[in-house]
Design a protein around this ligand. Structure first.
Ligand SMILES: *[C@@H]1O[C@H](CO)[C@@H](O)[C@H](O)[C@H]1NC(C)=O
Ligand SMILES: *[C@@H]1O[C@H](CO)[C@@H](O)[C@H](O)[C@H]1NC(C)=O
Ligand SMILES: *[C@@H]1O[C@H](CO)[C@@H](O)[C@H](O)[C@H]1NC(C)=O
Ligand SMILES: *[C@@H]1O[C@H](CO)[C@@H](O)[C@H](O)[C@H]1NC(C)=O
Ligand SMILES: *[C@@H]1O[C@H](CO)[C@@H](O)[C@H](O)[C@H]1NC(C)=O
Ligand SMILES: *[C@@H]1O[C@H](CO)[C@@H](O)[C@H](O)[C@H]1NC(C)=O
Ligand SMILES: *[C@@H]1O[C@H](CO)[C@@H](O)[C@H](O)[C@H]1NC(C)=O
Ligand SMILES: *[C@@H]1O[C@H](CO)[C@@H](O)[C@H](O)[C@H]1NC(C)=O
Ligand SMILES: *[C@@H]1O[C@H](CO)[C@@H](O)[C@H](O)[C@H]1NC(C)=O
Ligand SMILES: *[C@@H]1O[C@H](CO)[C@@H](O)[C@H](O)[C@H]1NC(C)=O
Ligand SMILES: *[C@@H]1O[C@H](CO)[C@@H](O)[C@H](O)[C@H]1NC(C)=O
Length: 568
């Protein structure tokens, strides 16, 4: 069988599919059918794939880059209708794969991400696809320049498969939007996937790509990792340029990767951070030179957990037991026992300043939103039929705001960084930064931990994604790595339970240390599980071109009417 496949490949030069014209389409399709069946036996399975497994399959000649891409597209076609996680597929992905196959045939497989299929949250500018923020109002927003991290991905050989759904313009954590509809949690179809990068979380959990990207103004890289049994890193503010990213807040926005394991997460972070300083995002100019040009994969396995001193932020727990909180309390309690068994010293940090609800009053999104959004929308690097100001988006009638954010959205139109509240908040943030530093120094801590969310990720139709703890890192700009700590008990809706995640927070630019801790933890306590509904190998498809993605917009809960911006 394998030799038959070799025969077809040699007759066609392995690159036939690129050259298919309409006249040979039928013949081509037949040949492809043959290839598909043959390739299935020893070829590439995207299910739980890694950067390394893609590379090994390509270099072992058991597959082509085009087939790697096709196998992911087949999973997307099969399982996306259930979870509605994508907004668009990249029409140029197969052409990019064919180019890599030509390089491979010439013996060139250079690139940290050679033929690694990835997905981008749809607030990243990437040439060839519109940047919609999952809002109908921005459906025609066409970038002519890649955001620097996307350019870096392409330079390392990554294949951009498409764009994922997000909570409309990344403004909350339910991952419901006017353009993408409601994304559904792959582990429990009655629940949300966290957010705002919920489409990326649901997609990566279901092996629609090797890894994906998110953004985080408060919780958005961490809540989807927590809710989808994944790992993520929210990098220190300034580490990765945010130019060419649909913004919310100059102070709080960060961008980063979401993956299934720490090794892949570290590669992705290394590539994204390789962009370095960018005049178009002045926060990057404050990064000390010693925090630049780091390969985050290098010391992942160094040392051990033994002897680490880790703080618990007790105020970030909800100690009131209930169906939604007890599974989180229990998962964290057993994690603490496990860490102790590995020789970790646990320090209970009980200072009252660490209260996620209380420090939320220093959130500056409302003051910065209009200014950064207007700056983004008027960028010369955008074209197409689109609004160029935030006011136009707001008044378009093609914009989904959840009722719990009517006030925020309306206030953002008349708020600015000149408001007295902004200065007060900035003072509060400075105090928090000093408190974190003091807590680390006085307790000699390596990291602090707490549940990402005090309760299970909320049900579809809920008023908000309540109970999350992302605000501390969001305000202070310190880094966090999120890891799985278990599942709630299994139920009819959640056959293997609802995933639960933990944040590991450190001092500025301690990404290497946090990834090292997370790597030891996830290897010693492997908790990654494929969602039950998608735990199967899918027959690879044969595609002459990329199928068109049709998000389900008719599943938006009635509680969130599109185009309604206030309760009166
Ligand atoms: C894969 O194919 C290339 C080019 O034909 C060859 O040089 C290489 O040895 C092959 N690798 C394996 C593992 O068979
Ligand atoms: C626009 O693109 C150019 C590269 O073509 C880049 O240097 C510049 O920073 C971009 N501007 C913004 C606002 O992103
Ligand atoms: C950096 O950019 C922000 C947002 O554009 C601006 O508010 C701030 O003044 C700039 N800071 C410096 C030091 O240029
Ligand atoms: C804590 O959990 C209880 C029980 O689920 C809930 O009623 C309460 O609102 C929660 N408190 C916070 C601060 O999340
Ligand atoms: C930390 O201290 C608080 C307050 O005394 C207590 O309620 C909590 O149980 C402690 N946590 C641990 C893990 O010991
Ligand atoms: C945390 O802050 C909230 C809001 O300010 C307050 O209601 C709550 O009592 C505080 N929790 C604790 C444990 O102090
Ligand atoms: C992308 O934007 C362009 C320019 O506004 C528009 O013509 C095109 O229809 C948009 N694509 C999609 C899929 O909406
Ligand atoms: C915002 O300001 C405009 C005038 O600049 C005013 O018409 C509008 O009512 C204000 N909106 C709110 C929500 O205060
Ligand atoms: C952290 O605290 C130490 C000890 O008080 C101090 O030397 C250092 O400057 C502080 N660092 C920051 C960033 O505030
Ligand atoms: C997924 O399927 C494999 C193979 O059938 C099985 O070993 C594994 O337990 C399944 N995982 C889950 C989470 O159901
Ligand atoms: C879209 O979602 C609705 C509501 O969940 C569902 O009834 C419908 O079948 C879905 N449509 C498609 C094409 O999957």
């Amino acid at each position: 069988m394998a030799s038959n496949m070799g025969f077809i490949a040699s007759v066609t030069g392995g690159l036939l599919r690129r050259r298919l014209s309409a006249t040979v389409l039928v013949l081509g399709a037949l040949l492809l059918q043959g290839l598909t069946v043959e390739a299935q036996a020893d070829s590439f399975d995207p299910l739980e794939s890694t950067i390394e497994s893609v590379r090994a399959a390509l270099l072992g000649n058991s597959t082509t880059c085009r087939d790697v891409v096709s196998s992911f597209v087949a999973r997307i076609e099969t399982f996306n209708p259930t979870i509605n996680a994508l907004v668009s597929l990249n029409p140029e992905a197969f052409a990019a794969a064919d180019e890599l196959d030509q390089r491979l045939a010439a013996g060139d497989s250079a690139g940290k991400l050679f033929c690694v299929p990835i997905l981008l949250k749809d607030n990243y500018d990437a040439v060839g696809m519109n940047t919609t923020g999952s809002s109908i109002a921005l459906a025609g927003n066409r970038p002519s320049v890649d955001t620097p991290a996307v350019k870096a991905f392409r330079d390392e050989g990554a294949i951009i498969l498409g764009k994922t759904n997000l909570h409309e313009m990344a403004m909350e954590g339910l991952s419901v939007s006017s353009l993408g509809g409601q994304t559904i949690n792959p582990y429990d179809h009655t629940r949300t996937p966290g957010g705002s990068s919920g489409g990326t979380g649901a997609s990566i959990a279901t092996s629609f790509a090797v890894f994906g990207t998110g953004t985080d103004a408060v919780n958005s890289l961490r809540s989807p990792a927590s809710a989808n049994n994944l790992v993520s890193v929210r990098p220190t503010r300034g580490l990765i340029s945010r130019s060419g990213i649909l913004p919310i807040s100059f102070t709080q926005d960060t961008i980063g990767p979401i993956a299934r394991n720490i090794q892949d997460l570290a590669v992705a972070l290394t590539v994204m951070a390789s962009v370095g300083n960018d005049e178009a995002d002045n926060a990057t100019l404050l990064v000390p030179p010693e925090a630049r040009d780091i390969d985050y994969t290098l010391n992942l396995n160094d040392g051990s957990l033994e002897g680490l001193r880790i703080g618990l932020l007790d105020g970030f727990w909800n100690h009131t037991e209930s169906g939604e909180t007890t599974p989180v309390i229990n998962a964290l309690a057993s994690t603490i026992d496990f860490l102790k068994s590995q020789g970790v010293e646990i320090i209970n940090v009980t200072e009252s300043i660490y209260n996620a609800s209380a420090i939320a009053k220093f959130d500056v999104q409302q003051y910065e939103f209009k200014e950064v959004m207007n700056k983004y929308l008027s960028s010369p690097n955008l074209s197409g039929n689109r609004p160029t100001t935030w006011d136009e988006v707001y008044s378009s009638g093609e914009f989904l705001v959840i009722p719990s954010q009517y006030n925020f959205m309306s206030n953002s139109r008349n708020s600015s960084t000149a408001d007295p509240g902004f200065a007060t908040a900035q003072q509060g943030i400075a105090d928090l930064k000093a408190a974190i530093n003091a807590t680390f120094v006085s307790n000699e801590l390596d990291a602090v931990i707490y549940p990402e969310q005090k309760n299970l990720v909320v049900k579809i139709g809920s008023p908000s994604q309540a109970g999350r703890n992302g605000i501390l890192a969001a305000l202070t700009g310190v880094p966090v790595v999120t890891v799985p700590v278990g599942f709630s008990p299994s139920t009819d809706d959640a056959p293997i339970g609802v995933p639960i995640g933990m944040e590991i927070l450190g001092l500025p630019f301690s990404e290497s240390k946090l990834l090292n801790i997370a790597n030891h933890f996830t290897r010693l306590r492997p908790l990654r599980k494929t969602p039950a509904f998608a735990n199967q190998t899918v027959q690879m498809g044969s595609y002459l071109s990329m199928p068109r993605m049709q998000p389900n917009m008719s599943n938006i809960p009635l509680a969130y009417p599109v185009g309604v911006l206030s309760s009166q």
